[in-house]
Design a protein around this ligand. Structure first.
Ligand code: BMA
Length: 365
C-alpha cells in the first residue's frame, strides 16, 4: 500500500509543483535566486531598459548626485544599470573610463536599494602583453592564462582583485547584492584578445569554466548570475559554437550596434534566436549591449521596440554617453537630444519597463 502511495502520489505531487528556475550556481544566495526567478517572470511582462554608467556621467556632466541623462528626458531612471570594471585587475582606483570604483560600488548599492538590476562587464587588460583588451597582437593569450600557462598566476591575481571588489558589494546588513556578470563578451568578433580568431573553441570555453569555478570555489562568490554575450551572429550554430555550457551560463545575450541598414533585420534574427534558445534551455534572453545613430535617426527607439516586441527579452541595454571623447557619441538620449520625443514614446509604451515599474518586491522578494 505504501509503495502504491509513493508510486502514484509522489509523481503527481512533483508534477503539480511549478518548477522554479534556478541560477546555475548551486550555492547562489537567496537574493540571487529570487532575482533570477523574478527576471524570468518579468520578461513576460515587458522588456527592461538598461543604460551603461547611467548614474555616473552623461552629456556635459560628471558625478552629479541623482542625475541621469535618461531621467532628464523621460523623468524616470532605467531599470537596468551597466557598470564596467576594466582596470580593477590592476589595483587601480578608477576604471579605464575614469570612473572611480568606490563610486561604482556606491551606485550599485543605490540601485539595489531601489529595486533595480546591476550588470557588470569587464574589459580587462591583456595579461600576456600588458596591453589593453583590444590588444590582439598574440593568439596565445588565453592559452597562457589557463592552468599550466605562463601567465596563469597573473590571471589568478586579476581574478583575486575582481573578486575582492565583488565581495564588497553588500548592503549595510551584510547581504550580497546580486550582479549579472558578463565577462569575455563579443567573442564572435576578433577585436578583444579572447575573440574568435585569437583562441580555440576549447580555450575559450576553458577560460569561462576556470573563471566561474575560481570565483565560486576559491573565492566563495555566490551572488553572480552569469551572462554569455556574443556579438552579431547569423545562425544558432554560430551562437552556440563557443557556449561554455548550460551548467554555468544563466542568461543568453548578444551585443549588436546599429552600424547600417541591415540593423533591424539582424536585430530581429538575433533576438529570435536567443529567445528561442533561452526558452529551450529554460534560461533568460537579453540584448546586452546596443546603440544607434540617435543623433540623426529620430525614430530609432520606435524601430527597436517594434523589432523586438514579439520576443521574450529580459532587458535591452544601451552603452554609455561618454563624457570624454570616446570614438562614439551618446547612445542614450539626453536633455535636448534629437531623439527625445521618440524615446518618450518608447518609455510610455506598456512593453518597456523602467525603474518606476521595477521594485524590490518585484525583483528581489
Ligand atoms: C567601449 C567604448 C570605450 C570604453 C569601453 C569600456 O565600447 O565605450 O570608450 O572604454 O567600451 O567601457
Amino acid at each position: 500500500m505504501k509503495n502504491l502511495f509513493i508510486l502514484l502520489f509522489i509523481p503527481l505531487f512533483t508534477m503539480a509543483q511549478p518548477k522554479l528556475k534556478m541560477p546555475t550556481d548551486p550555492k547562489a544566495t537567496a537574493e540571487t535566486q529570487k532575482l533570477y526567478q523574478n527576471l524570468a517572470k518579468l520578461k513576460d511582462v515587458g522588456v527592461m531598459f538598461g543604460h551603461q554608467d547611467d548614474l555616473a556621467y552623461g552629456e556635459g556632466w560628471v558625478y552629479e548626485e541623482g542625475r541621469s541623462d535618461v531621467k532628464d528626458v523621460c523623468g524616470d531612471y532605467p531599470a537596468v544599470y551597466g557598470w564596467e570594471l576594466g582596470h580593477i585587475e590592476l589595483g587601480d582606483a578608477y576604471s579605464l573610463d575614469s570612473v572611480h570604483f568606490d563610486k561604482i560600488r556606491g551606485w550599485i548599492k543605490t540601485v539595489y536599494a531601489r529595486g533595480g538590476v546591476n550588470t557588470i562587464s569587464w574589459h580587462l587588460r591583456n595579461p600576456l602583453t600588458g596591453g589593453s583588451s583590444w590588444d590582439v597582437s598574440s593568439k596565445d593569450v588565453v592559452k597562457s592564462i589557463l592552468p599550466g600557462g605562463t601567465k596563469h598566476e597573473l590571471f589568478k591575481d586579476y581574478l583575486d582583485k575582481l573578486a575582492a571588489f565583488f565581495l564588497t558589494l553588500k548592503t549595510d546588513d551584510g547581504t550580497y547584492i546580486p550582479i549579472l556578470f558578463r565577462p569575455f563578451h563579443e567573442h564572435t568578433g576578433s577585436w578583444f584578445w579572447w575573440g574568435k580568431n585569437l583562441c580555440t573553441i576549447d580555450e575559450y570555453k576553458s577560460l569561462w569554466k576556470f573563471t566561474v569555478s575560481y570565483l565560486q570555489n576559491e573565492k566563495h562568490i555566490h551572488h553572480l548570475i552569469y551572462t554569455y554575450s556574443t556579438d552579431r551572429f547569423k545562425t544558432e550554430e554560430e551562437y552556440l559554437e563557443r557556449y561554455p555550457g548550460d551548467d554555468i551560463i544563466d542568461i543568453l545575450g548578444f551585443d549588436l550596434y546599429d552600424r547600417g541598414p541591415d540593423y533591424p533585420e539582424m536585430l530581429k534574427s538575433c533576438a529570435a534566436t536567443v529567445s528561442k534558445l533561452a526558452k529551450e534551455k529554460k534560461k533568460i534572453a537579453t540584448i546586452s549591449e546596443s546603440g544607434g545613430p540617435i543623433a540623426t535617426n529620430t525614430t530609432w527607439w520606435t524601430m527597436v521596440l517594434e523589432t523586438i516586441r514579439p520576443f521574450d527579452i529580459s532587458y535591452f541595454l544601451v552603452w554609455r554617453n561618454p563624457w570624454q571623447p570616446a570614438g562614439h557619441g551618446a547612445f542614450a538620449p539626453y536633455r535636448g537630444s534629437p531623439d527625445s520625443k521618440d524615446f518618450i514614446r518608447f518609455y510610455n509604451d506598456k512593453r518597456t519597463l523602467f525603474q518606476n515599474e521595477v521594485t524590490t518586491e518585484k525583483l528581489y522578494e
